[in-house]
Write a protein that binds this ligand. Structure first.
Ligand code: IMP
Ligand code: MG
Length: 173
């Protein structure tokens, strides 16, 4: 990618191996129990599509869209669901699929909202974790890769809706 604002962080090959490892762990943990994957739009769409191709567990998928308000780049702390999931998760094993956890506000909010619908179990998987930025306590059950406090784009992640299509992940300088 020829863009001097972008510094390579993870190649397509590195991402593929991280995603396969996550799929292995998840497949081992759930066995043949059917899993409902709740993908957080838009950022996690590419991660979800690669992850499900490597899972050896029967899955259903659904999508949720969240909006957070406040200064750009950073989450303010106010979150709401702007597009809800459409399948009932009551009594089901549910796994939230998210691109990145930063302050933790988004995942913590979504976790609480889904938990109230009485799934049999509720866990979360994130491709990337920025633990140094955490503002609220939330620990995803599966983490692909831990990064420093950088703003990253590509592989579904955007800056003002750009760069989502890049197959690798880059630090935006
Ligand atoms: P949190 O609520 O602060 O944990 O933020 C999570 C959301 O902020 C993610 O779902 C992303 O949409 C967005 N986000 C946080 N860090 C980055 C980043 O480095 N690049 C792109 N989006 C990010
Ligand atoms: Mg997101």
């Amino acid at each position: 990618m020829e863009d001097d604002r972008l510094a390579p962080l993870l190649s397509q090959e590195q991402i593929a191996s991280i995603v396969e490892d996550l799929a292995d762990q998840i497949s081992r943990d759930y066995g043949q129990r059917e899993l409902v994957l709740v993908c957080v739009l838009k950022g996690a769409f590419m991660f979800l599509s690669d992850l499900i191709r490597h899972l050896r567990v029967p899955v259903q998928i659904d999508f949720v869209r969240l909006a957070s308000y406040g200064p750009s780049l950073r989450t303010s702390g106010r979150v709401e669901i702007t597009k809800d999931i459409e399948i009932s998760i009551e009594g089901k094993d549910v796994l939230i699929v998210e691109d990145i956890i930063d302050t933790g506000v988004t995942l913590k909010y979504l976790y609480r909202r889904l938990k109230a619908r009485r799934p049999r179990s509720l866990k979360s998987v994130v491709l990337l974790d920025k633990p140094s930025r955490r503002k609220v306590r939330f620990q995803p059950d599966y983490v692909g890769f831990t990064i420093e406090d950088h703003f990253v784009v590509g592989y579904g992640l955007d800056f003002n809706e750009d760069y989502r299509n890049l197959p690798g992940i880059y630090v935006l300088k």
